[in-house]
Design a protein around this ligand. Structure first.
Ligand code: UD1
Ligand code: UDP
Length: 365
C-alpha cells in the first residue's frame, strides 16, 4: 500500500485535486490517499463551498495557516506540513498549480526525500514579478514527476534542462472537473437568484499587479464604468480585491455603477454557469483563461503576458494592456460581434486524472 498526500490550499487547488482524489480511490488496495489542506484560503466561499460542490471529504489534516506575507505564510505552511510528513511518512506528495502552498509543501517533501509530483508543471509567464512564477520555477526544479497540461509546458521544462523522463504530458486536470460537473453547473440557479438573467459579461480580478496599487485598480474600474453602460457586468469579487477597493476608497465609485452586479465569490457550479452564459469574460485569473477556452467564450485577460499561451494560440483568450482605452476597445470589439473563435487543446478531455493514476500504477516510488 503506497501512501499519497494530495495538497490543497487555495481556491484553484480544489478543482484540480478532486478528480485525482476520486481516481486514486478506484484502487483501494494500492493507494492510501490523504487530503492535506494548508488553510491558505479559509473563507467558506473560498474553500468549504468547493468541498461541498466537488463532494470531497473533510481534509485529513487542516494546517490552518491563514493569510500573511509571503514569508510568513510560506514558513507557516512549511513548519506545519513538515510535522505531518514526519508523522505520516507518505511515499509521494502531489502538489498543484502555483500558489504558496504548492511550493512550500514541495520543498518540505523533497528535503525529507519524499518524491514530489507537480500537477500543472511547466507553465511560464516569464514574468518573475508574479509570485506564482517563482512558485512554478521552484516547484518544477525540485519535482520528480512533472505533469504538464499542454505541450508548451514540456517545451519550457526541456529548455530549463529538466530530463525528459521526468516530464509527462497528461492534459488539463481542471477540465476533468469541469466535464464531470457540467450538468450540475447547467442546473445552477445563480442567474435567477442574483437577478442577473441573460446578456452580461463576467469579471474576476485578484492579481496583486492589478489590484494592489490604486492607479492600476482605478484604470480597470474606469473601463468597467464605460463598459457597464453597454452591457451588464457581473463581478464575484475576490477577498483581496474587496479589501483593496475599501483601502483605496473606491467603494463609492463601484457602488455607483448601476449596471455592475457586485457579488460575493460564488461556488464552483454557479461560477461555471456564469462562464457558460457570459457574452465574454474579463479576468486576470489563471484557471478562468482555460475554462473559458473550453466553453468557447471570449476571454479578455487583463495582463501583459500569460503562463497559459495555448489559450491564445488555440483558444478564445486574448491579452489586453492595462489601459482604460484598450480594455474598452477590446470589449467593444466583442459587442460588435468580432469574436475570436477557438478550439479545445489536446488532452483537455476529462481523462487527465486517469492518465496520471496510470503513471503511478505502473511505477515504483
Ligand atoms: C492566491 C494565490 C494566487 C491565486 C489565488 C486564487 C499565492 C501567492 N497566491 O492569491 O496565485 O491565483 O490565491 O484565488 O499563493 N483572503 C480572505 N479570505 C480567504 C483568503 C484570502 O479574506 O479565504 C484575503 C486576505 O486579506 C489575504 C488576501 O485575501 O491577505 C490574499 O490572500 P492570499 O492567499 O495571500 O493570496 P490571493 O490573492 O488569494
Ligand atoms: N471560481 C469559482 N468562483 C468564483 C471565482 C472563481 O468557483 O467566484 C473558480 C473558477 O471556475 C476556477 C477557479 O475558481 O475553477 C479559478 O480560481 P482563481 O481565479 O481564484 O485562481 P487562479 O486560477 O487565478 O490561480
Amino acid at each position: 500500500m503506497r501512501k499519497i498526500h494530495l495538497i490543497v490550499g487555495a481556491r484553484p487547488n480544489f478543482m484540480k485535486m478532486a478528480p485525482l482524489y476520486k481516481e486514486f480511490a478506484k484502487y483501494p488496495g494500492q493507494f492510501e490517499v490523504k487530503l492535506i489542506h494548508t488553510g491558505q484560503h479559509y473563507d467558506e466561499r473560498m474553500s468549504k463551498f468547493f468541498f461541498d460542490d466537488l463532494k470531497m471529504p473533510q481534509p485529513d489534516e487542516y494546517l490552518e495557516v491563514g493569510s500573511g506575507t509571503h514569508g510568513k505564510q510560506t514558513a507557516k505552511i512549511m513548519e506545519r506540513y513538515e510535522k505531518v510528513i514526519l508523522e505520516n511518512k507518505p511515499d509521494l506528495v502531489i502538489v498543484a498549480g502555483d500558489v504558496n502552498s504548492t511550493a512550500a509543501c514541495a520543498i518540505d517533501a523533497v528535503k525529507l526525500h519524499i518524491p514530489v509530483a507537480h500537477l500543472e508543471a511547466g507553465l511560464r509567464s516569464n514574468n518573475r514579478n508574479m509570485p506564482e512564477e517563482i512558485n512554478r520555477i521552484l516547484t518544477d526544479a525540485i519535482s520528480d514527476y512533472l505533469l504538464t497540461p499542454s505541450i508548451d509546458g514540456d517545451e519550457n521544462l526541456i529548455k530549463e534542462g529538466i530530463p525528459e523522463e521526468k516530464i509527462f504530458f497528461v492534459g488539463n486536470i481542471m477540465i476533468d472537473s469541469l466535464i464531470n460537473h457540467q450538468q450540475e453547473a447547467r442546473n445552477s440557479k445563480i442567474l435567477e437568484i442574483s437577478g442577473i438573467e441573460k446578456n452580461f459579461a463576467l469579471i474576476t480580478l485578484h492579481r496583486p499587479s492589478n489590484v494592489d496599487n490604486e492607479k492600476g485598480l482605478l484604470t480597470i474600474l474606469k473601463a468597467f464604468q464605460k463598459i457597464s453602460k453597454k452591457i451588464k457586468l457581473v463581478f464575484p469579487i475576490h477577498p483581496r480585491t474587496a479589501k483593496q477597493i475599501k483601502n483605496f476608497e473606491l467603494q463609492k465609485m463601484v457602488d455607483d455603477m448601476q449596471n455592475l452586479f457586485l457579488i460575493e465569490p460564488v461556488g464552483y457550479f454557479d461560477f461555471l454557469k456564469l462562464q457558460m452564459e457570459a457574452k465574454f469574460i474579463l479576468t486576470d485569473s489563471g484557471g478562468i483563461q482555460e475554462e473559458s477556452t473550453y466553453f468557447g467564450v471570449p476571454c479578455l485577460t487583463l495582463r501583459p503576458q500569460t503562463e497559459r499561451p495555448i489559450t491564445i494560440w488555440e483558444g478564445t483568450n486574448q491579452l489586453v494592456k492595462l489601459r482604460t482605452a484598450d480594455i474598452i476597445r477590446a470589449a467593444d470589439q466583442i459587442l460588435l460581434g468580432n469574436i475570436k473563435k477557438g478550439k479545445i487543446p489536446k488532452f483537455w478531455d476529462g481523462k487527465t486524472a486517469q492518465r496520471i493514476v496510470n503513471i503511478f500504477l505502473t511505477r515504483d516510488f
